[in-house]
Design a protein around this ligand. Structure first.
Ligand SMILES: Cc1cc2nc3c(=O)[nH]c(=O)nc-3n(C[C@H](O)[C@H](O)[C@H](O)COP(=O)(O)OP(=O)(O)OC[C@H]3O[C@@H](n4cnc5c(N)ncnc54)[C@H](O)[C@@H]3O)c2cc1C
Length: 413
């Protein structure tokens, strides 16, 4: 057992993965969350361990499309007008990240993380007895038109192939063989055979939390009000007392910005809200996640129904759910299924998004007893386990398996 006691703030998939990894390395670990484990963004994701995701979003071509998308009510992109002032630093960072040299560096950084994801996931899934929650059926990304598919083949899909992603192009008939219950709304698409998905993101978090607690980990249900790093330890202020830890890791998703601000650290992190609807698709069935890429929605077969997930709504994390966003997504699902599914539940949550699409992972230079692991945007499930490993290596003082400089919080200075 290491003598250090590590406090981890935030029990989403990133905090839980970090807790398991540090515990396995012999540290005494306390995990603090204001809610039960896995109830933040990690509750509502599309469930994909997206091995193919290696391209940053920021590109000038994407930036040019944005104004039109924002005006189109049926597009996946929307913005709450009162949130616009909070978006300014993000927008500037996004613009800077569009330059080709920055984009190329982002690709290298994402690929470096991806090279470790599978092994790291397997280790945690086996450790926590959660492997049964993950299926290896690949995933489909479909296009409505031949033209759209051809553009993607020459663009993003070609870039992914060059990055070593295993992918196959399928025509509409080949898609039908894989997913016979889908409607013929598409002209074919891409199949990623190596992609895995979980049938229950929340149960995955719960299993991680259970293993952690059963092996001596402490879970505190409390809200962290502030952090005071000292020379010998870090004081964590809770609702009615303070605890001290040798080191602290901030894994509070979209709330991380507010915890860091009093320490003099500014991060252009934004709340990029996503929605999901749990659907009852009756007699129909899906075997794997299916994305309609023109509309940026996914249908994932989960334990409690088919999860329709998507949308990028830049809005404050606590704004009420916008029913129009959910309805627009439902219209897309009806086209995909050629049927009118029942709705079991609707959910909204905030992806913690950075302008350059890279998470923030590593030690805070000014406060060496504080480390950070947040900002995973669209890929927190995918990168949770590797993040835990990298934070553990950082705390152990080892050379990290991945160069952490592209993920440093200092990159925003
Ligand atoms: C619709 C949708 C679909 C998605 N699909 C995918 C996908 O298919 N694959 C993928 O890889 N990713 C996906 N994502 C992204 C992924 O869900 C997130 O990146 C990930 O959940 C972020 O995890 P986290 O642990 O950083 O944050 P969270 O899960 O939000 O956890 C942060 C935790 O910190 C706690 N907290 C915050 N402030 C405090 C405080 N002051 N005191 C105590 N506790 C605090 C919160 O209660 C919360 O539990 C999707 C996201 C959405 C919204």
């Amino acid at each position: 057992m290491q003598s250090s006691h590590i406090g981890i703030i935030g029990a989403g998939i990133v905090g839980l993965s970090t807790a398991l990894s540090l515990q396995k390395a012999g540290y005494k670990v306390t995990l603090i969350d204001k809610e039960a484990p896995g109830m933040g963004a990690s509750f509502g994701n599309a469930g994909l361990f997206a091995d193919y995701a290696r391209l940053p979003f920021a590109k000038f071509a994407m930036m040019c499309k944005m104004p039109g998308m924002l005006l189109d009510k049926s597009s996946p992109l929307s913005m709450q007008s009162s949130y616009i002032p909070s978006l300014m630093p993000y927008g500037w960072g996004f613009f800077k990240a569009c330059f080709p040299a920055k984009y190329a560096k982002g690709k290298v950084a994402l690929r470096a993380l991806q090279e470790h994801t599978r092994a790291c996931d397997r280790e945690l899934l086996e450790l926590a007895g959660a492997a049964d929650l993950v299926k290896a059926e690949g995933c489909l990304g479909l296009f409505a038109t031949e033209e759209g598919f051809a553009t993607a083949q020459a663009g993003d899909l070609q870039e992914r192939r060059e990055q070593g992603v295993n992918l196959e192009f399928l025509n509409a008939g080949q898609v039908r063989e894989l997913e016979p219950d889908l409607a013929g709304f598409h002209a074919g698409g891409v199949f990623y055979p190596d992609t895995r998905f979980t049938v229950s993101p929340v149960e995955l978090s719960r299993r991680y939390a259970r293993h952690f607690a059963e092996n001596g980990g402490v879970i505190l249900l409390d809200e962290v009000k502030g952090i005071k790093p000292g020379n010998d330890d870090v004081e964590v202020q809770l609702s009615d007392r303070s605890n001290r830890y040798s080191q602290v890791v901030i894994c509070t998703g979209v709330a991380s910005k507010d915890l860091l601000a009093p320490l003099g650290i500014k991060v252009p992190l934004v709340s990029e809200r996503g929605y999901h609807l749990t659907l009852d698709i009756g007699d129909k069935a899906l075997t794997r996640p299916v994305g309609w890429l023109d509309k940026a929605v996914f249908l994932t077969p989960m334990a409690d129904g088919v999860r329709l997930a998507g949308t990028a709504e830049f809005a404050s994390a606590d704004a009420p759910l916008n029913p129009q966003r959910a309805e627009a997504m439902l219209e897309h699902a009806k086209v995909m299924l050629g049927a009118n599914p029942g709705i079991k539940s609707t959910w909204v949550g905030s992806r913690p998004s950075t302008p350059d699409s890279l998470p923030v992972i590593g030690r805070v230079e000014q406060h060496p007893r504080v480390s950070v692991a947040f900002g995973h945007g669209h890929l927190g499930l995918t990168f949770g386990a590797v993040t835990g490993k990298l934070i553990t290596e950082t705390i152990q003082g080892q050379e990290t398996s991945v160069d952490l400089s592209p993920f440093s919080v200092a990159r925003f200075n």
